[in-house]
Design a protein. Sequence first.
Lengths: 80, 274
Amino acid sequence: MPSEEETIRLILRERGHDVVATGADLPLGANGLALDSISLVEVLLAIDERFGVALSESLVQEEGLTIAGIARRVRSARGA
Amino acid sequence: MKKALARFAFGTYERLLSLLAAVAPRSAFAAARAAGSLRHRLSRRWPAADEVARILPGLRTEEAAAIARRIAEEEAMQRVLAKAMRWFGTAPLRDVVSMDAALEAIRGPAILTLFHAGALHAVGAALERLPVPVLAFRQGVLLRPRGALTSVTDLDTDAERAAAFHRALVHLRGRGIVAMTADLAPGAAIDVPLFGRTLRLARGPFALARLTGAPLVPVAVRREGDRIVVSSAEPIAGGDERTMALALGAWLEAWLREHPADLSLALVNELLRR
């Protein structure tokens, strides 16, 4: 079973974002993957759906979101 | 020195008219347009006739000059209107602003798309009277929660824009109405042709329409005599984001061709920059 981090990478790849060589601590927005606000929300909604959590509303307000940071939040929300 | 004095005199006069708008908005707005006309006759700028002619080629010189003057008149009214709204909210506008029947009966979900054209600043007085809760995006201080206008969201930073987009999605899924300007907005954009030039439209309304299936409703806010009328056009629905953006751009161009004096100074400058 893929880890949370791998699933988040898969979601990003499905949306055309090249994250093969991207470090897990690189921000998804400015100074990182440079996702615009709309793409970021779409990714977070897909994460909500894929993991069965409701994190997008709180995550979207955070600056400097990273793959690793989101994976931690998902693990915590799922009680892992 | 002369220019500075003139600027001070017109600025003071407009501030006084903004105060007058609290009790006699129609008179204040008419006086503002007269001042705008005089200022334009003196300066021949903001906008200049040749700037209008560059956007609307084919006009005779006197036609371009007349449109430039009318734009300057509307701009002067908008400045007074904006100042009055900062001081007094929408109260002075309640008897001045009306809506068409389609807007009065509108139901959600719907995305009202506005432009920096016509009497845009007055739109809050209509949004607060809609029959459905409205979430509005803003970048200034003119829109304040009141009546149906339950929520107003700032868009100054990336995080604010992402949070606003998320809120708008939730609001539309709850069958609400979202109102936003489609032009001169920061963030992700789609370029569309306008008068043979390029206008950058915010991607937000089109992405919201794609994700929720809500129709985009083009909304015009324009002065007609001593009234301000907020009217809606046929909704744009379906298609990908670019198709919807092109349709909205085509609607804007047709509307501005019909009402060239509603080309705001901001839109003139934006078009000439590209």
